[in-house]
Design a protein around this ligand. Structure first.
Ligand SMILES: [Zn+2]
Length: 114
């Protein structure tokens, strides 16, 4: 379960921020990642619940901002947003496509603290 190490890095990052900004509690966290990044939101949420216990992030609400998959087509040079991968170009049906977005790694985009 690589979510465990992702959550650990996230908690380390929060702890670093706590040293700088001196807050006592994290109330909500927004995480962003690509649909193809192999992050399973439910598993991540579960790992977070367990691993954040007794840290300043315990009980924080998690929000996910999942980035869609975007393909670039060499056939018609247009971009397609798709839900599932692998896929063909949604404009011309060409399989000559490359993934240009959707593989972004987990990133902390916003954190509310008090
Ligand atoms: Zn195309």
């Amino acid at each position: 379960m690589h979510e465990v190490s992702l959550v650990q890095s996230l908690l380390d990052l929060i702890e670093e921020q706590r040293k700088i900004h001196d807050f006592s509690r994290v109330t909500s966290i927004t995480l962003s990642f690509g649909r193809l990044s192999c992050v399973e939101p439910q598993t991540l949420g579960f790992a977070f619940e367990i691993q954040s216990q007794s840290t300043v992030a315990e009980g924080a609400a998690l929000h996910f901002d999942i980035q869609p998959v975007v393909l670039y087509c060499f056939g018609c040079t247009r971009d397609s947003r798709i839900e599932k991968f692998p896929a063909d170009c949604s404009w011309c049906g060409s399989p000559e496509v490359v993934v240009v977005e959707g593989t972004e790694e987990l990133r902390l985009v916003e954190m509310d603290v008090e």
